[in-house]
Design a protein. Structure first.
Length: 522
């Protein structure tokens, strides 16, 4: 009954109040605790006023330090809207236009298709309509990457598209890296420096960190946690992850900003004020604000599971760094973010002049999406639902189904192969956009080393025929099927891959790799 009372406290029938809903603190703490997330932070802005900026739980498992409003969390892809804001400052200054051709402003930029190279605009970089596949190129910097930002941009020319230019939606990170390089080319400053000096400082976001030096120098920071090491990610107890493993630095414009709840509150104020900073200054113009929120690319609308009935949308589009959708007739401007051990959501309800942000130092979906829908329902005057419970049920069902698939495949391989002695598979193989992988014969079998990704090493377990499973030493890296294809003489001529887990994050885009022996591609 107590839980139902707290849910009821979130419901209003009138306009947004100038205070957080009664009982919200207790409700957030209950959601956090029941999900197993070590810590979280929440910011809410109503009618230009910060009504909540607070932390819950602890910064790190096993340590006593509490999360507060100044604790910084990695925010993942909610960074993208901030990179867009940086571009907006250049547009407002007359140094760039949203419709400028990228090739004219970033020398050396090149896509796989020469026509796309010539036609790609700044706006195209930001709206996920390039023709690249879902998560294309992510393995260049996920889970870690040694390539520089400039080198990632150079390798873009080798990534084949999956659809024609501007014909459909497919989420990517790599073109936001291009956007970061574009900021450097136009401004003469690195993305990190430009964000600090032209976005976060004038915005009054004083805790924000754009690079590792500033991030790790801050004592009041959250640490990443996840459930890893089981048959699929999400099984088992929360584990502290290595905080230095948050993607390669090249990917920063797509997702490597660290913010506190105080920073998020400031960001919400600026967004709801269409670029105006509290106190009278401007971060970006109203015209740029309108451009950022204007839909560009329609997103496919997929049926939702029955357990999540009520979350359906009738339209969903990607704008510039933001998604635009409806929820029970109201327009929602929002974006989610996820890294290894951190997740976030930022949501705006323009017609109510309300925005909120949720940050977690875990990968749990119940606190993130569950609280988001409870707050949406509150501000839209809808009946209360126990959304965290529904999302947790969805998570458990999804993980159980994935475990079943993995276990079934592990139990039924054909007892055939391999076709060659293990030494016959050893060698160095190259993919045109990713780089080299080395297969070696070790004392207890074959080992694998993905050379451009520090620490992406492991061993190969024979599965069936000429397919092996790559088990990585870092249990946070998704295992992969590696299938060796032989030529007519019985030599390896290619290696193809795919994730073992059916719910592996799309950034483990193993299926996009095609390795050939280095001697054959010189």
């Amino acid at each position: 009954m107590k839980r139902l009372w707290m849910l009821a406290a979130l419901v209003t029938t009138g306009p947004a109040l100038a205070a957080p809903p009664e009982g919200l603190d207790a409700r957030i703490e209950a959601i956090r605790r029941e999900s197993g997330s070590p810590g979280m932070a929440v910011a809410i802005v109503e009618n230009g006023k910060v009504v909540l900026a607070r932390g819950y739980g602890v910064r790190k498992l096993g340590a006593p330090e509490k999360v507060d409003a100044g604790t910084t969390f990695m925010i993942g892809s909610t960074t993208k809207a901030m990179t867009v804001a940086a571009l907006a400052t250049l547009v407002d200054a007359g140094k760039l236009d949203w419709d400028d051709k990228v090739i004219d402003r970033l020398p050396g930029f090149q896509m796989y298709d020469p026509w796309v190279t010539r036609e790609m605009t700044v706006k195209d970089l930001l709206a996920h309509r390039s023709g690249l596949g879902l998560g294309a190129g992510d393995l260049l910097y996920i889970p870690r990457g040694s390539y520089s930002r400039a080198e990632v941009v150079r390798r873009l020319r080798y990534i084949k598209p999956t659809t024609s230019f501007r014909s459909g939606y497919a989420y990517d990170n790599v073109l936001y890296i291009v956007a970061g390089q574009l900021i450097e080319a136009v401004s003469g400053q690195s993305w990190e420096e430009y964000m600090r000096e032209h976005v976060f400082c004038p915005a009054g976001m004083t805790d924000a960190a754009t690079d590792d030096a500033h991030r790790f120098a801050r004592i009041n920071r959250a640490y990443p946690h996840a459930r890893v090491g089981g048959a699929v990610r999400g099984v088992g107890a929360q584990r502290l992850l290595d905080e230095h493993d948050q993607l390669g630095r090249a990917s920063a414009p797509a997702g490597l900003v660290a913010l506190s709840a105080n920073d998020m509150a400031r960001w919400l104020q600026i967004q709801l004020a269409h670029g105006a900073v509290p106190g009278g200054a401007r971060l970006f113009s109203e015209a740029s604000s309108k451009t950022m929120w204007t839909p560009v690319t329609p997103e496919p609308i997929e049926p939702v599971p029955a357990i999540l009935a009520g979350t359906e949308e009738t339209f969903s589009n990607y704008a510039l760094g933001w998604e635009v959708r409806d929820y029970h007739g109201a327009k929602i401007i929002w974006h989610s973010g996820a890294l290894f051990g951190f997740t976030s959501i930022v949501a705006l309800i323009p017609e109510k002049n309300v925005g909120f942000a949720i940050e977690l130092n875990s990968e749990e979906i119940a606190p993130r999406f569950g609280l988001m829908y409870e707050l949406l329902d509150h501000y839209l005057g809808l009946p209360a639902e126990d959304w965290p419970k529904r999302f947790d049920t969805y998570r458990r069902d999804r993980i159980a189904a994935a475990q079943s698939v993995v276990q079934q495949k592990a139990a039924t391989p054909a007892k055939v192969g391999p076709s060659l002695p293990l030494d016959g598979f050893a060698g160095t193989y190259r993919d045109s956009w990713y780089g080299d992988v080395t297969i070696a014969r070790g004392a207890s079998g074959l080992t694998v080393d993905f050379r451009p990704t520090p620490g992406m090493t492991g061993h190969l377990e024979h599965y069936q025929y000429d397919t092996f499973i790559a088990h990585f030493d870092d249990k946070g890296i998704e295992p992969a099927y590696m299938t060796f294809g032989l030529d007519a003489q019985g030599h390896v001529e290619r290696i193809t891959l795919k994730p073992v887990s059916p719910i592996a994050d799309f950034s483990f885009d193993y299926q996009d790799l095609l390795f050939a022996p280095v001697a054959a591609v010189k």
